[in-house]
Design a protein around this ligand. Structure first.
Ligand code: PLP
Length: 226
């Protein structure tokens, strides 16, 4: 990565932080109440280094294997990095996921709840857990259907002994996101969950207005993915 490319990433990160702060102020929220998850999926270590150098410590990846290949060395060089899994998780990768990640945003089915509970007990690590809601009812997407969310959350707690902290959603690409954020926030409220993982590069400001606590921003920081 050239110095110019690193400077571009610096500027983009500063702009995203600025926009987050403004969105917080506009909705009467404290600027520190929204965590920026910098989504580094598909980007190599040399594109990630300048973002770390600019002070970012919280990153998101969508694949266990990719994260495992990239992050342990980076984490050794830069203490205090927090890593979140934002993509779908296969139950047979629960062991690696619990070992590597500080949060999992994609809990969406009983078999995964069971696998995670087992690994949390085995490894004595407890990452933050978000249940993903398929607010658009899209068949190709993972996530729990809104009507089944309360029952799944109760099962997570009572059947698997999991402590879920929040909800995540990924609105359909071709619809206004606000109603999907609002539905997710409503399910969280009635289940007494405090965290909301909502908002990406194109819509994080709208998500913050509706209560998002974790925005997942890739393109606006790192540029277009191949
Ligand atoms: C890739 C991805 C993001 C980031 O999307 P951008 O539009 O690049 O900001 C956020 N959330 C999830 C689940 C993703 O897979």
């Amino acid at each position: 990565m050239t110095a110019a490319a690193a400077a571009t990433i610096d500027n983009r990160l500063a702009a995203v932080r600025h926009d987050i702060d403004r969105a917080c102020r506009d909705s009467g929220r404290a600027p520190g109440s929204v965590a920026l998850v910098a989504v580094s999926k598909t980007f190599a270590v040399d594109a990630i280094e300048p973002v770390i150098a600019a002070g970012q410590r919280l990153f998101g990846e969508n694949r266990v294997q990719e994260a495992k290949a990239k992050w342990p060395a980076l984490q050794e060089r830069h203490p205090g990095i927090e890593l979140h899994l934002i993509g779908p998780l296969q139950s047979n990768k629960a062991r690696d996921a619990i070992a590597l990640f500080d949060a999992i945003h994609s809990l969406d089915r009983p078999s995964l709840a069971e696998a995670l509970a087992k690994e949390i007990a085995r490894q004595g690590r407890s990452p933050l857990l978000f249940v993903e809601i398929n607010t658009g009812g899209e068949s190709q997407k993972s996530g729990v259907l809104p009507d089944l969310a309360d029952g799944f959350l109760a099962d997570c707690r009572n059947k698997y002994g999991l402590r879920v902290s929040g909800l995540m959603c990924l609105p359909p690409a071709d619809e206004p996101p606000a109603p999907h954020f609002a539905l997710t926030a409503k399910i969280a409220r009635r289940n007494e969950l405090n965290l909301l993982s909502m908002g990406m590069s194109a819509d994080f400001e709208a998500a913050i207005a509706i209560g998002s606590t974790h925005v997942r921003v890739g393109t606006a920081i790192f540029g277009e993915r191949d």
